[in-house]
Design a protein around this ligand. Structure first.
Ligand code: SF4
Length: 337
């Protein structure tokens, strides 16, 4: 059987592995053993699963494989950020920061959302990743053991590949998987309402919504998704849930000079978020030849932050990392160098 027709064990949930074991006539407890090998011992070979019988390992080798692949290249930024490139065009960014070590993973190659300011969005859509391809980005890097956080903010829209993202989150947070707290994981979205609702109801990980402009017409010019899923409806859905507990709701707001960075926009933003338990992350726009926008001046960004904080919206400015290797927000394009 060719590899393409085999099942990738990496990324499978306990439930899916139980089904596989049932299909293959293995005892049910073998699924738990498989989880241990895959997610606790991080085994790369079926042959190493020594508590399975030789016959079981032989059969597994016929129908399945462990989809572990090494990165093809790694670029290191002057600030210590590393951008890993996996075939075919999958990028992950490792961001060390004092006591934290965050990996920003991709869930698609390219993206369908077409945000006008995003290099990934401009390159079109080339496919969604399976859960195993998402998890491989963690497992395959030398810093895996030291990771403290994962953010789904690389290439692609997580809500457009929700089954795989939910499976990956399940592997990361279940006791049969890596056993991480969901507080260590943040999943971003432009606000695809039906998928976002399912995510909120099925997953406890943090949610980050890309907002970027509180004025509907202006937001639509930046983010075509506004037409199908207006921000007003996105916020109405978010208001139906409680965000005061462990799970955090944040909004990403990229600062574009002269477009969304004045006090009038800050006031509209405060108004839009009224009553929501949330925080806002301001992101300096990373200029690129592909996008016709400029970044706001540092003083303007500070003033915007201060306005929000004065008006009861917790707001911070996200440190910019990895810009010199095109690893900063919105610059991933799967192109390597
Ligand atoms: Fe896709 Fe995110 Fe880029 Fe928008 S910003 S095009 S959702 S990768």
């Amino acid at each position: 059987m060719e590899k393409e027709k085999k099942t990738n064990l990496l990324g499978m949930t306990l439930l899916q592995l139980q089904q596989l074991c049932t299909d293959e006539g293995f005892p049910r407890f073998a699924a738990k053993q498989l989880c241990d090998w895959l997610y606790k011992k991080c085994t790369e070979s079926i042959d190493a699963m020594t508590n399975l019988s030789l016959a079981q390992r032989a059969r597994l080798n016929e129908v399945a494989y462990i989809g572990r692949t090494s990165p093809e290249r790694c670029q290191v930024s002057a600030d210590g950020t590393k951008k890993y490139l996996f075939s075919p065009g999958i990028e992950a960014v490792y961001i060390p920061d004092d006591e934290r070590a965050t990996l920003c993973v991709s869930c698609q190659v390219g993206c369908k959302m077409g945000c006008r300011f995003c290099v990934t969005g401009q390159q079109g859509f080339h496919g969604s990743l399976a859960a195993g391809d998402i998890l491989n980005q963690l497992f395959a890097i030398p810093e895996f053991e030291s990771l403290t956080n994962v953010v789904f903010m690389g290439m692609g829209e997580p809500m457009d590949n929700l089954d795989a993202v939910l499976s990956a989150c399940s592997v990361l947070t279940s006791d049969w998987g890596l056993g991480w707290s969901p507080k260590r994981i943040t999943v971003s979205t432009v606000g695809i309402i039906p998928a976002m609702q399912r995510f909120i109801e099925e997953c406890q990980c943090h949610l980050a919504v890309s907002l970027h402009n509180p004025v509907p017409q202006e937001r639509q010019e930046l983010m075509p998704v506004q037409k199908a899923y207006p921000l007003e409806q996105v916020l109405a859905l978010l208001r139906r849930y409680d965000w005061s507990g462990q799970r955090r709701l944040s909004f990403e707001y990229t600062m574009f000079r002269g477009l969304n960075d004045d006090q009038a926009h800050a006031a509209r933003l405060v108004e839009a978020l009224r009553g929501l338990d949330c925080r806002v992350n301001l992101i300096r726009f990373h200029e690129s030849p592909e996008a016709p926008y400029k970044t706001s001046a540092p003083l303007t960004i500070n003033a915007f932050r201060d306005y929000l904080n004065r008006h009861g919206v917790i707001c911070t400015i996200r440190a910019s990392r990895g810009q010199d290797i095109d690893a900063a927000c919105g610059l991933l394009a799967g192109k390597g160098r």
